[in-house]
Design a protein around this ligand. Structure first.
Ligand code: GSH
Length: 235
């Protein structure tokens, strides 16, 4: 593994999975602090110094701190030498097409539909129940998914015949839709199975969703290098 100065905070959700997955695809070593959302860890004074919006994932590379799962994985793919199978945009035109996919997936799937359902089902004690909003979100998700299904390349990649950030975002949104028992088109399931069978996905999945209780010594330790504190890094 390449020697890096990378630290990742976050586990327990598909947004965190994205970052573990990209780091593993890139073959990068990183320190991992197992901060679980809604565990109270994101509201500590120490964590709020890293991300005042109390969200994970957060990645630090040397002195750069990046939040937002899509921004983080794009940063990682550009900041390090990618292995041959990883797609990185080289021109403004290529970046426009990559961003088109990434912004589309993050807004229409992650934020406007899947998270709306999360708010009004899993977190209904906080945001209230809203069957109408959930039904509309699901219908809109399926409408948009059916619209893009024919645009998945014959080779099973969204861009350039290679694996990209956009594939990580779409696969993890499909993970989320499967959790909600959506019935997805066969072509989308074939795409999902192709990417979720990648070794890096499986390793990242195991790390992201491991039982926090199984992580030894979940204690707070100072991060002397940067004057920040967090949970003890996991193995
Ligand atoms: N758009 C952000 C969303 C980040 C986010 O909402 N993270 C959730 C977990 S998936 C979180 O940290 N919640 C803890 C909290 O709200 O305190 C991303 O994609 O990274």
């Amino acid at each position: 593994m390449e020697e890096t100065d990378l630290t990742l905070w976050g586990m327990g959700t598909v947004r965190n999975l994205r970052v573990h997955w990209m780091l593993m695809e890139m073959g990068l070593d990183y320190t991992f602090f197992p901060v679980h959302p809604r565990s109270g860890e994101t509201y500590t004074e120490e964590f709020l110094r890293i991300n005042p919006r109390h969200k994970v994932p957060v990645l630090r590379h040397r002195d750069v701190v990046v939040t937002e799962s899509a921004a983080i994985i794009e940063y990682v793919s550009e900041a390090f030498e990618p292995p041959p199978g990883i797609y990185v945009a080289q021109t403004a035109q290529e970046r426009a097409k990559l961003n088109e996919w990434c912004f589309f997936i993050m807004t229409e799937f992650d934020a406007h539909t899947l998270y709306v359902i999360r708010r009004h089902t899993t977190f209904s004690s906080l945001y209230g129940e809203s069957p109408t909003a959930c039904k509309a979100a699901k219908e809109y998700f399926m409408d948009q998914l059916n619209a893009i299904a024919p645009r998945i390349g014959d080779d099973g990649f969204l861009l350039g015949g290679k694996f990209s950030c956009a594939d990580i975002l779409l696969t993890t949104c499909i993970d989320w839709a499967i959790e909600y028992a959506f019935e997805l088109p066969a072509s989308v399931m074939a795409y999902y199975e192709k990417h979720s069978s990648r070794p890096a996905y499986k390793n990242a999945f195991n790390k992201t969703f491991m039982d926090p209780a199984s992580i030894p010594d979940l204690m707070r330790l100072p991060d002397a290098a940067h004057g920040l504190c967090s949970t003890k890094p996991a193995v």
